[in-house]
Design a protein. Structure first.
Ligand SMILES: N[C@@H](CCC(=O)N[C@@H](CS)C(=O)NCC(=O)O)C(=O)O
Length: 203
């Protein structure tokens, strides 16, 4: 195997896409190693030796073996600071981390409830449960909508914050949950994001 950065991924995994966007934005040379989640390859002993949680992604950079997508992205930012995807000011960085945590952690229950319904065949979905989860999810996106007031990206310039949120938002666009009239700035942001080469590279 070459010395290039390796990303162990399942191509449609949002957690992998989050890292891929950052690798692309930074113009880093990397190769992807497919891990077939359907075959449970993420639970193979050799894979568990890299990530004891048995999940994708894993990033290997020389002797460094990392898991957890947001932590991988922080590593990439520190190891390869140009172009920078975090502002210099520690307060602004902390604010970005709060919003990353908010978007991923605090919208997770409603996201998972929508996902659970969308994974069912259409005729078997619980319409009431789906509607309730959608309403909650849309409401929980309002803080991100507010961040976008007068801004092209969530922290002004494109940052790890946008990369963190893109994959989940993308899923909800595919499911028809988004766009929603209550979140017009988020829709404009999404259009901007999907025009970026790093996002187009996701395929
Ligand atoms: N917090 C982890 C979550 C990773 C995760 O849940 N990955 C999913 C795919 S999106 C996975 O590997 N699922 C397979 C499994 O849990 O067995 C991260 O951000 O990297």
């Amino acid at each position: 195997m070459s010395d290039a950065i390796r990303l162990y991924e399942f191509a449609t995994s949002p957690n992998c896409q989050r890292v891929k966007v950052v690798l692309e934005e930074k113009g880093l040379a990397y190769e992807t190693v497919p891990v077939d989640l359907r075959k449970k390859e993420q639970k193979d002993p050799e894979y568990l030796a890299m990530n004891p949680h048995g999940k994708v992604p894993v990033l290997v950079d020389g002797d460094t073996v990392l898991y957890e997508s947001c932590i991988i992205n922080e590593y990439l930012e520190e190891r390869y600071p140009n172009p920078s995807l975090l502002p210099a000011d520690p307060s602004a960085r902390a604010r970005i981390r709060i919003l990353i945590d908010y978007g991923i952690t605090h919208t997770n229950d409603s996201h998972q409830a929508i996902r659970a319904e969308m994974m069912k065949p259409e005729g078997e979905r619980d319409a009431d449960a789906l509607a309730a989860a959608k309403a909650r999810f849309l409401e929980e996106l309002q803080p991100l909508e507010r961040e976008l007031e007068g801004r092209d990206y969530m922290a002004g310039d494109f940052s790890l914050l946008d990369a963190a949120h893109l994959p989940r938002i993308m899923r909800h666009v595919q499911w028809g949950v988004l766009p929603d009239p209550s979140l017009p700035r988020l829709d404009a942001w999404y259009q901007r994001m999907t025009a970026r080469p790093s996002v187009r590279a996701l395929g």
